[in-house]
Write a protein of this length. Structure first.
Length: 397
């Protein structure tokens, strides 16, 4: 709708609201009314002009993954029982609020969808690193995507003294997406050939195709000659993982555990003169969680790409403005009254929940049992902690 049409429509609505008694009167379009209409007409009415969302439900992440699959239906005959069993824990890890897997998975799925790539590729980090950005292999590969050093350098992953970009979820994911897009196009859009090439190298797969008298259009990946058993198993593993997640979708446990707010992760540049820990604290983010997401950044590294939720803009306006210091959100409306903000309860302490924190991380920070923290604030195991909540607990130190 154009701005002119919006103003016209608003005029009709205003006119209809005057009633019959005012119908004969002339509505004076004074400067105040004109300014108001101009302001209304200037509101962002194009969805593309609205701010990007910064938080979403975990079920939306899962739906986005399922919608992007090249093979949306599980072929139970092709699914390996061995790999199905090995990856049976994947739904539990996605649903675990104390792990970073779901936000990371959402970030990878988003990057793949932006590149118009099959979301089967989002399962690669499950196989390679268990979705741990700091994973290292004794044989040399490192990071979420387990790049070896030579592959990382050839795909523009920054590696220099004091900084290994393979351990950056931003740098490594951008490189992996570029590489997978190249492989996907090279092998005619067949995701199975692309992941085999990701594992074995594109030239080995091309040679195998020639040796077998096949091309990307008529290839039978399981029958390609001369490749390592690990490469054949790669496709089986991804398919088994997809089947595990598809079957878990029909179970209430997974979907219930995904039904929670999850921050949308984005890449940020670390400013000069600050450390990762200080940067996180300035944005009311949990430094421990930000450190886990960014093992490549040990201290101050200006310009390093940091993976984190959006700035405090993703908090409600009253949280972002700091007004919660005067009126904090309590953990439960039925919880006992606590001392005024900034003070300690007698014999106890208080903690204001920050973005990305969980009951587990808070309890570990203060050296108290998770059950004691939850019970003391009238919370249960399934409770979701929201930024701004204020928790009280006994000081055991």
């Amino acid at each position: 709708m154009s701005r002119r049409r919006l103003a016209w429509a608003l005029g009709l609505v205003l006119g209809s609201c005057l009633g019959t008694s005012a119908a004969a009167q002339t509505l004076s379009a004074g400067p105040g009314l004109g300014q108001n209409l101009a302001a209304l007409a200037s509101l962002p009415i194009d969805p593309a002009s609205l701010p990007a969302p910064t938080i979403r439900n975990g079920q939306e992440i899962f739906a986005n993954f399922r919608e992007g699959l090249a093979a949306p239906q599980c072929d139970t005959d092709a699914a390996s029982a061995q790999w199905h069993k090995q990856f049976a824990h994947a739904p539990t890890r996605l649903g675990n609020v104390d792990e970073d897997v779901l936000p990371l998975f959402g970030y990878v799925v988003d990057e793949l969808r932006k590149a118009s790539l099959p979301t089967e590729f989002a399962l690669i980090p499950f196989i390679e690193s268990g979705y741990r950005p700091g994973a290292r292999s004794a044989s040399g590969p490192a990071g979420l995507w387990q790049f070896i050093a030579s592959t990382a350098r050839s795909h523009r992953v920054p590696m220099e003294a004091g900084y290994d970009g393979r351990l950056s979820a931003v740098d490594s994911t951008q490189a992996a997406v570029r590489y997978l897009k190249t492989l996907h196009g090279m092998f005619g859009g067949d995701w199975r050939l692309a992941v085999m090439a990701y594992n074995a190298g594109e030239y080995r797969v091309l040679q195998s195709l020639r040796r077998g008298g096949m091309n990307a259009q008529n290839a039978r990946p399981a029958e390609l000659p001369g490749l390592s058993p690990i490469t054949y198993a790669y496709v089986e593993k991804l398919h088994a993982l997809a089947c595990v997640l598809e079957q878990a979708e029909t179970e209430n446990g997974l979907m219930a555990s995904l039904d929670r707010p999850v921050p949308i992760l984005r890449g940020h540049s670390l400013p000069a003169g600050t450390t990762l820990n200080r940067w996180a604290e300035q944005r009311s983010l949990d430094p421990a969680r930000i450190a886990r997401l960014n093992p490549a950044v040990a201290g101050a590294h200006p310009g390093a790409r940091v993976l984190a939720p959006a700035s405090p803009a993703f908090l409600p306006a009253d949280v972002a403005s700091g007004s919660l210091a005067a009126a904090p959100i309590t953990a439960s409306s039925t919880a006992p009254a606590v001392a005024a903000a900034g003070t300690r309860a007698s014999g106890g302490r208080r903690h204001t929940v920050r973005i990305g924190e969980s009951a587990w991380s808070i309890a570990r920070r203060y050296g108290i049992p998770v059950k004691a923290l939850l019970a003391g604030n009238n919370l249960g195991p399934a409770s979701v902690l929201k930024p701004g909540m204020e928790l009280s607990f006994e000081d055991t130190r």
